[in-house]
Design a protein around this ligand. Structure first.
Ligand SMILES: Nc1ncnc2c1ncn2[C@@H]1O[C@H](COP(=O)(O)OP(=O)(O)OP(=O)(O)O)[C@@H](O)[C@H]1O
Ligand SMILES: [Mg+2]
Length: 491
């Protein structure tokens, strides 16, 4: 059963129960006031039947009517009349005996002095026995019987009951009031049902549709939660889930794409040296190198290509280990300033031989202690230096190292005066297998894994690396490593 039907049923139930309870309360109210279950019927009769008197009043009236018909002179007996009146008053009614134009007996509680003048005329056929009359603000219901006294004068016996004007109004309007109340109740229920279904069913419907869209693989939509109720929170949670799912799907697709590229790149990079090794071996087999020098060239080619493949495989292995976080880091607190200075001093003369001037500017004023893995950090420096050397073709060849301390990290910058990197290529240089100029890098060698490995290592140190470069104006690699004191690593 749907929630909509359930709500409809529960509202109908509430409506029915309300009406039943209302009626029961009204019944109990009447019983409590009149003290008699049968009086409920009388209550109805009093207000709605042609007979305006209750059953008890009617019985007394019939007795009096019998007396009027058969023993009219007994209606002149005040003791007897007092007895009847007493009975009538116990049910809030009054007795009036009229003789001629005079009330010869009237209960004391009929307060209107001119009451007699308002009484209906004699009507000896007694066709209209029961009726109501109004005197000023007072309403009376009565039963009247006209007869003749033994002296032939006209007489009337009246059983009168006063009614409040309110009761009179209610009497005429009650069906309408009840109808209006019922319609109001019905309308209220319908409105409640409408608003409740709108605030529950509509968002639920939206959620269901969204789930179906996700089921069909569509994640390109937004579910907006309205309000702050439980359903809105559910919608928010759903939207969060959709976003996470979308991100993970995108990531998955990206991984898949990367994997394909990786396989294609590895295949290409391994295939090229193997082709040239194969060609050289075939040449040797066919006796192409006929001199010792030629033979040496062939063998050297094979060796270089084999070494290149070996290096590529090593780099690939290192990269994948770093990528899978399978390569443990051995961190120790080192002074980066000292470490770089030692590295630069070691390298200085080597570079000088190659015509490259190495300069460094390292701060010693403040502690440059970082948590680092010495070997891996050396690997980072080597990769960057290799690149600087590799892509520095024109004089003057210069490499500068600078180290400064900022709030909670050290900033290491290695700049070269090389060819620089184009603006389009700059964002991709840290991606694996990326080489800006394939034809050039075939001469320079390299797989495009150097900076990818560098980045993995720096990130393994909770640091960051980026490059600043302009074509023809050199390149700067900037590394930021968190200071040991900022991560509480000082021992
Ligand atoms: N200092 C630099 N000057 C000019 N271009 C650079 C520099 N450093 C990196 N690049 C560019 O970024 C690319 C990626 O560098 P990366 O070190 O990852 O690969 P590689 O040097 O080509 O190969 P590998 O380092 O694996 O031998 C290079 O091919 C080059 O195009
Ligand atoms: Mg490199």
């Amino acid at each position: 059963m749907s929630i909509r039907v359930r709500l409809l049923l529960s509202y109908s139930c509430i409506l029915i129960v309300t009406i039943v309870l209302f009626l029961a309360a009204a019944l109990l109210f009447v019983v409590a006031i009149t003290g008699d279950v049968r009086s409920v019927k009388d209550f109805y009769n009093i207000h709605y039947s042609v007979n305006p008197l209750s059953e008890q009043e009617e019985t007394i009236f019939l007795d009096l009517k019998y007396l009027a018909k058969n023993e009219p002179d007994s209606l002149l007996d005040h003791t007897l009349l007092n007895q009847y009146n007493y009975k009538l008053r116990s049910v809030q009614a009054e007795l009036v005996i009229r003789k001629g134009n005079e009330a010869i007996y009237s209960s004391l509680s009929v307060k209107q002095p001119q009451f007699i003048t308002f009484l209906p005329d004699y009507e000896m056929e007694n066709n209209a026995i029961r009726n109501t009359l109004q005197i000023g603000d007072h309403f009376y219901a009565y039963a009247k019987f006209d007869f003749r006294f033994p002296d032939q004068s006209k007489g009337s016996v009246l059983v009168v009951r006063e009614r409040s004007p309110f009761a009179e109004v209610v009497r005429t309007l009650l069906p309408i009031i009840l109808g209006v109340l019922f319609i109001v109740l019905l309308l209220m229920n319908m409105l409640l049902y409408y608003f409740l279904t709108r605030s529950i069913i509509k968002p639920l419907d939206l959620l269901r549709k969204s789930t179906e869209r996700i089921k069909e693989g569509d994640l390109e939509f937004e579910l907006q939660a309205v309000g702050s109720d439980e359903i809105a929170r559910l919608s928010e949670a759903f939207e969060d889930m959709r976003m996470k799912l979308k991100q993970s799907v995108e990531k998955q697709l990206q991984y898949e794409q990367n994997r394909k590229e990786l396989v294609a790149n590895i295949t290409h990079d391994l295939k090229t040296p193997i082709t040239s090794i194969k060609a050289s071996i075939e040449g040797i087999r066919d006796g192409v190198p006929d001199t010792k020098q030629k033979m040496e060239r062939y063998v050297n080619t094979i060796l270089t290509k084999a070494e290149h493949m070996d290096q590529l495989i090593d780099e690939l292995f290192l990269y994948s280990k770093l990528d899978l976080k399978q390569l443990p880091f051995t961190f120790e607190e080192i002074s980066l300033g000292q470490f770089i200075e030692d590295y630069a001093e070691d390298l200085q003369f080597d570079l000088q031989d190659k015509g490259v001037a190495l300069t460094w500017d390292i701060v010693h004023s403040e502690s440059t202690n970082v948590l680092a893995d010495r070997d891996k950090l050396k690997r980072v420096l080597t990769n960057i230096m290799d690149n600087a050397m590799k892509f520095m073709l024109d004089e003057p060849k210069q490499i500068g190292i600078s180290l400064s301390v900022e709030t909670d990290f050290v900033r290491l910058m290695i700049s070269d005066s090389g060819s620089g990197i184009s603006e389009e290529a700059l964002p991709f240089i840290f991606e694996r297998f990326f080489r800006e100029d394939l034809s050039r890098s075939q001469q320079t060698g390299g797989s495009g894994l150097g900076l990818a490995i560098t980045k993995q290592i720096i990130e393994g140190h909770n640091g960051s690396i980026y490059a600043e470069s302009k074509l023809g104006a050199g390149t700067s690699m900037i590394i930021k490593l968190p200071l040991a004191r900022s991560i509480g690593g000082r021992t």
